[in-house]
Design a protein around this ligand. Structure first.
Ligand SMILES: Cc1ncc(COP(=O)(O)O)c(C=O)c1O
Length: 509
């Protein structure tokens, strides 16, 4: 049986050392008073300002063991309300020590998601407004700002007006919706009425570098992982359009039913960029739905000098771009663009009597998608557009371009250092701002994967920087992603020096 630590007694005064944590009578019989709200919100903003300004001196990864945070907190919720003093005190002493700092300038792991000041402020306001834009009437401003900001971003990325944008909570959700729409194009089956009953053997085409959210979408849609076919890649880890054509032809000959292709612009491990123009041509030839996963990479389409990587994405049927990854918008916000909102609507629209409205928005506003609840699984929808609106306005197109350009330049600088280093090899091209590499072990006999794992552990033990690993062709590889809003060249230089130091130490062991 799993051992549990003794639970603190929430009713005794001794479990909680903070004397301020007595039942508080500050609240009115409804919410906190407006005066208290003003004072506590000011305290919260001060906390945020101190937190952000002190980040650099903190370890990126907290030096805590699994369960430490949980054990420091009472197991039961309080019977009576507590004071904000007590809550803030615990935030500082019990929660903050367990934070991995995604906004830290030396966070180089995964795809960094940094939040900017304007985004944070908008989140506070959105929480106060607390609207639910399921139908237009339940918040016209949220609805119309979503359509407006999706259009602003679309234009900045050079996509045509035929793409309509809808906000979801993440790339995985956007992809799920896109592939549900793709499935809807298999018209031999009445998916709405019968699910997959009598469906042919479907095929979806990806590569070994495609993100797992596509596989999860197949799980959630009930199509199963066996419908996924991996197409071969070229030596730059990009889907081979010829390989795709051959795979489709072979499946057709075998009586299977190809229905969609996923091309990725910025794959997760190495940010490889599939040749989407060539893939779009194959999709056109075989009448397949083309979904483009640009969850991370899409932001780079803002830069004129990167736009060539996106050639052909305007022919996609759906595209996912996550402003919460590389556009300084706090989690969560993903945009699903599609040229076929009608198909998405066919897949998801279901309007019970209690959601019928008195305003016929589509008829009165021909440009509008109508009620957003008709296009997806969620009925309730947060006011995500507000933070995108704040961020796009605060930085402007040029401000975002400047920041992204800085990341790309720093990544290129790092790639050059690696290429000059005799003991480190770069293992993938760097089309965006992710650099993948591994160290050559000191002795031929040494297991390269084990050595690189030890190297990463030694780097993480310092707490100073955070990288994440991946695997390429069975080889353990380190990923270094430069995409943090607060990351400057000096942070990348310091990280490089730390990497080299730790490697030298391992070499001299
Ligand atoms: C290429 C790609 N697509 C999709 C996703 C999933 O995005 P989310 O985490 O917002 O669900 C990720 C996440 O890193 C990704 O790298």
């Amino acid at each position: 049986m799993k051992e549990t630590s003794p639970l603190p007694d929430p009713f005794s005064n001794s479990f909680h050392p903070n004397p301020l944590a007595q039942p508080a009578s500050l609240a009115t019989d409804r919410d906190m008073s407006i005066d208290e709200l003003r004072a506590e919100a000011t305290r919260a903003v001060d906390w945020v300002a101190d937190y952000l300004s002190g980040l650099e001196s903190q370890p990126v990864i907290p030096p805590v063991a699994p369960g430490d945070i949980r054990r420091s907190l009472p197991e039961s919720a309080p019977e009576h309300g507590e004071s904000m003093d007590a809550i803030f005190s615990d935030l500082e002493s019990r929660i903050a020590p367990g934070l991995t700092h995604w906004n830290h300038p030396s966070f180089f792991a995964y795809f960094n998601a940094s939040s900017s000041g304007p985004g944070m402020i908008a989140e506070l306001i959105a929480a106060a407004i607390n609207s639910n834009s399921m139908i237009w009437q339940t918040c016209p401003a949220a609805h119309e700002l979503e359509e407006l900001t999706a259009g602003w971003l679309r234009r900045w990325m050079g996509l045509p007006e035929s793409f309509r944008g809808l906000f979801t909570d993440g790339g995985s959700a956007s992809t799920f919706h896109a592939l549900a729409a793709a499935r809807q194009t298999v018209t031999e089956v009445d998916w709405r009425q019968n699910g997959g009953r009598g469906a042919p053997e479907l095929r979806l085409y990806v590569t070994e570098h495609t993100h797992s959210s596509i596989h999860k979408a197949m799980l959630a849609l009930g199509l199963g992982l066996s419908c996924i076919r991996e197409v071969a890649c070229d030596d730059r880890m990009r889907m081979s359009a010829d390989g795709l054509r051959e795979a489709i032809e072979a499946d057709l000959q075998a009586g299977r039913r190809p229905f969609a292709v996923v091309a990725t612009l910025g794959t997760t491990s190495v940010t490889s960029v599939d040749p989407v123009a060539d893939i779009a041509e194959v999709c056109r030839q075989f009448e397949l739905w083309l979904h483009v996963d640009a969850a991370h990479g899409g932001a780079a389409a803002l830069l004129p000098e990167q736009r060539h990587l996106f050639d052909g994405w305007q022919h996609a049927d759906s595209i996912v771009v996550n402003p919460h990854k590389w556009l300084m918008v706090p989690l969560d916000l993903s945009v699903l663009y599609t040229r076929h909102p009608d198909v998405l609507r066919d897949a998801f629209s279901l309007v019970p009597a209690y959601l019928q409205t008195t305003t016929d928005l589509p008829a009165s506003e021909p440009d509008s998608l109508g009620n957003m609840m008709d296009y997806g699984l969620s009925l309730g929808r947060r006011f995500r557009a507000l933070k995108l609106w704040f961020v796009l306005r605060y930085f402007g197109r040029q401000g975002l371009i400047d920041r992204l350009r800085g990341h790309l330049e720093s990544a290129r600088w790092l790639a050059q250092q690696i290429d000059l280093h005799p003991k480190i090899e770069r293992v993938a091209p760097v089309p965006l701002s992710t650099v993948c590499f591994r160290a050559v072990p000191p002795r031929d006999s040494e297991d390269g994967n084990a050595f690189n794992r030890r190297w990463l552990q030694a780097i993480h033990r310092t707490g100073e920087i955070y990288l994440s690993p991946t695997e390429l062709g069975g080889r353990f590889v380190l990923r270094f992603v430069v995409s943090g809003l607060r990351t400057e060249r000096r942070h990348v230089e310091a990280a490089w020096s730390l990497l080299c130091h730790r490697l030298d130490e391992l070499y001299s062991d």
